[in-house]
Design a protein around this ligand. Structure first.
Ligand SMILES: Nc1ncnc2c1ncn2[C@@H]1O[C@H](COP(=O)(O)OP(=O)(O)OP(=O)(O)O)[C@@H](O)[C@H]1O
Ligand SMILES: [Mg+2]
Length: 244
């Protein structure tokens, strides 16, 4: 099986410092991405999604080179911390956009939308506007749309960061459930500031610092902090390095 996402010596320049990424995410794999603020986690996802263009190197998704491929044409879905929904459209239409961008729906399409809403525990919410829902409910709508699209790569940029611990666990459980319901679950690249979100969910975790993946490995190994002192320092299990 082809890798879901490959970064081959990808360089990116924001001006003052160059980022450099090498990464291979296997088909169906769940990768968590952690690291300090400003490390380049969102930039990594932006490069995959086509919102930023590499200055050198190659990005491949499901075996397809992505150079020159517009964001809308890339075979992936992305969920951000907020603003995933169109405020003027009700929940049903927001989800329906996943299968019909022109919102022309067959009866079968409508059943699939209702099914996706039920899958995330939002049966009967179709007529609500996003503004009439809680943050957690809005993210569930975004997940329903993503799973209706059924792309083989899902990018999550701190999608549950604004939610409390219990709600975050609930959302992770929904993701796990949605994956389990599919014969070919999508690969997930999930940026989080909560390393505990990775435990029990992400097969591997990558640690970013200063524009590069400096450590990557099975989640428990990486988060033990024993593999790399930089990870341990980020996790707070090692005292900060003294500069004197
Ligand atoms: N459009 C831009 N123009 C210039 N610099 C940028 C731009 N976007 C991001 N940067 C810089 O690139 C670096 C990485 O930013 P990025 O948003 O990828 O970090 P991050 O790891 O996602 O951080 P956070 O955890 O705070 O979301 C930062 O130093 C940031 O200031
Ligand atoms: Mg970010």
């Amino acid at each position: 099986m082809k890798d879901a996402l490959v970064f081959d010596d990808v360089r990116f320049d924001h001006g003052d410092s160059e980022m450099r990424f090498d990464l291979a995410v296997k088909s169906g794999e769940w990768l968590a991405v952690i690291g300090p603020s400003g490390a380049g986690k969102s930039t990594l996802l932006d490069l995959a999604a086509g919102f930023a263009a590499p200055s050198a190197g190659h990005i491949t998704i499901a075996g397809r080179p992505m150079a020159g491929v517009a964001p809308a044409e890339r075979p992936l879905s992305i969920v951000f911390q907020d603003n995933n929904l169109f405020p003027q459209l009700d929940v049903f239409r927001n989800v329906a956009l996943g299968i019909a961008p022109d919102l022309r729906l067959t009866a079968a399409d409508r059943r699939r939308v209702e099914g996706a809403l039920a899958e995330v525990g939002l049966a009967g919410f179709g007529k609500r506007r996003p503004s009439e829902m809680s943050g957690g409910e809005r993210q569930r709508v975004a997940l329903a749309r993503v799973f209706l699209r059924d792309r083989q790569l899902l990018l999550l940029d701190e999608p549950f960061a604004a939610l409390g611990p219990a709600l975050r666990r609930e959302m992770l459980a929904i993701l796990t459930q949605l994956r389990a319901a599919r014969t070919q679950p999508p690969a997930i690249v999930m940026v989080t500031h909560h390393p505990e979100d990775a435990v029990g969910h992400a097969d591997r975790t990558a640690f970013l610092e200063a524009g590069a993946i400096v450590a990557i490995g099975p989640t428990r190994t990486l988060l033990s902090g024993r593999a790399d002192p930089r990870v341990a320092r980020y996790l707070g299990t090692l005292p900060p390095e003294r500069s004197t």
